[in-house]
Each structure stands twice: as C-alpha cells, then as structure tokens.
Design a protein around this ligand. Sequence first.
Ligand SMILES: [Zn+2]
Length: 111
Amino acid sequence: MSEATTTTSTPSTMRPGGRPAGPRNDRGPGSGPRKKRPFQRRKICRFCAEKETTIDYKDPRTLRYFITERGKIVPRRISGNCSKHQREITEAIKRARNLALLPLAAGHILP
Ligand SMILES: [Zn+2]
C-alpha cells in the first residue's frame, strides 16, 4: 500500500453564509471605555489591628474619624472597619450624639 498522502488543504476558515467581515457598529455611542479603578490595597480594621484602640462613646476624637464633615457615619466600605467594630462605632457615635459630643447634622457643627 503505497499511497501518497496528499492532504488537500481545504480552507476551513471560509464558511458559507458567514457574516461579512468588517467593523461592527452595533454598539451605541454611549459605551465609552469604562473607567477602571486602580487596584486598592485592602483596608484593615484599625480596631482589629490595634488592640489597644478601644471604641468609647466618651471619646469623640476617635469617633470623629468615622463621621463625615456633614455629621454622617462613614460607611464600612470607606472606613474599612469590620462588621463587628462598625456596629460598635455606630453605637458609640449615636450615644455621643445624645451627649452632644458629636454633631447630629452639618448645621450643628460650631465654627
Ligand atoms: Zn475589627
């Protein structure tokens, strides 16, 4: 059996009924390049990291770090607290507000 194996090069890339090549323009003009946030280091809870730092409602200096200048509590994804300490911070801030150690709203901040 001596048969020359002639591999017929069939163009497999050509398919009948394929869509015509060319720039597809089915994307709307509104889809611009998405802004990609640069990689951010994962924040760690400062109360977990530093065991000696305690959450105290009588200590507005520590709590002030976790409220915005409008008097709102900074969310966990910004502050980087863990859920346990965020709950304690929230509780402490609310207590401190009652004692007028922290402002309730932006208008309450004294100059
Ligand atoms: Zn924590």
